[in-house]
Write a protein that binds this ligand. Structure first.
Ligand code: SF4
Length: 318
């Protein structure tokens, strides 16, 4: 568990990480965590859910606030075979809405759809509507096809009473040609999600050649995809590079000691590469504090610096 930390799509969120690092059904070129370690479709009982629930109970007892408890993490959460029990457990201890970040590849399976039924918001990805583009951008486990994914999401829509917010990650020269966007639109029209959110690579990615799409092009594609489509703005950094949003995770700063804060910074960097501004805005730390914890983590060999688009990001060395 980590957080609460701010996210661009869900506000302030407790994160629940339930599968080991980069155990995933995909190996997306834009993944912020690096290459997939184990590409699989086999569901397993990875992390003991009792321990996760105990940790969440403890964090809530300390009184920190959040908009969501978000199940996601550093791999594909629907691969956890006790996901349904975990969601029921979370619902049993808090009224905070639950969200599930997923790549959406396993919804053809009835057991996976059943497990997710009690979540409030499901946030699946869909980066392509045609097979060739899907293979190129998401590098799936070989038995997964884009039609599996789309029909699974359609079945989910039929059965699921909560919100479905689809994220489309756009990578220039890979999935942004008009023909490819038309295929994505066809798929979205079939699935009928509540929202479509567009994202692009603003942080270091698994494939270093991946670049971000500019804001103008993102808006143009949003218009083509229809009225339920929005560009997910970068949560903390304005185009001029300044932090625009104050934390929201102030409680962390007030209640946690040095070791806990350093650990929270590390947890954040395990989730995705962040700049010092991200860390400072996300965890309500002063710039000098953020710098201090990052330096300590670098000294321990737990974190390393990397560059993207002229900016310095820090990521966990896993
Ligand atoms: S972006 Fe998500 S779905 Fe894609 S490889 Fe990374 S963890 Fe898996």
């Amino acid at each position: 568990m980590y957080g609460p930390v701010p996210s661009r799509r869900l506000g302030l969120s407790y994160g629940v990480d339930i599968v080991p690092f980069k155990v995933c059904t995909l190996d997306c070129v834009y993944c912020q965590l690096g290459r997939t370690v184990e590409k699989t479709i086999e569901r397993k009982d990875f992390a003991p859910i009792e321990a996760i629930l105990a940790e969440l109970r403890e964090a809530l007892a300390e009184g920190a606030k959040a908009d969501f408890v978000t199940i996601g993490g550093s791999g594909e959460p629907t691969l956890h075979s006790r996901l349904g029990e975990l969601i029921d457990g979370i619902k049993g201890i808090t009224d905070i809405p639950t969200a599930l970040l997923t790549n959406g590849t396993l919804f053809e399976r009835r057991d996976v759809r059943g497990d997710c039924a009690r979540v409030d918001v499901l946030l699946p990805s869909l980066d392509a509507g045609d097979e060739q583009t899907f293979r190129r951008i998401d590098r799936p486990e070989p038995t997964i096809s884009v039609e599996n994914v789309i029909s699974g999401l359609c079945a989910l829509r039929e059965e699921f009473a909560g919100q479905i917010w689809i994220e489309v990650f756009l990578v220039p020269s890979i999935n942004t040609a008009p023909r490819q966007i038309a295929h994505i639109k066809e798929a979205i029209d079939r699935i009928r999600p509540d929202k479509v959110q567009l994202n692009t690579a603003v942080r270091p990615t698994a494939d270093p050649n991946v670049v971000k799409l500019n804001a103008e092009k993102l808006q143009e594609i949003a218009l083509r995809l229809g009225s339920g489509c929005e560009v997910v703005a970068d949560f903390s950094i304005a185009p001029n590079g300044q932090v625009t949003r104050g934390g929201g995770a102030d409680e962390l700063g007030m209640h946690f000691g040095v070791a806990e804060k350093r650990q929270t910074v590390l947890s954040m960097l395990k989730r995705r590469p962040c700049s010092l501004d991200d860390i400072s805005a996300g965890l309500s730390l002063s710039s000098s504090e953020a710098e201090k914890y990052v330096a300590q983590l670098q000294d321990r060999g737990l974190v390393q610096a990397t560059r993207k688009g002229g900016r310095v990001f820090f990521k966990s060395v896993s």
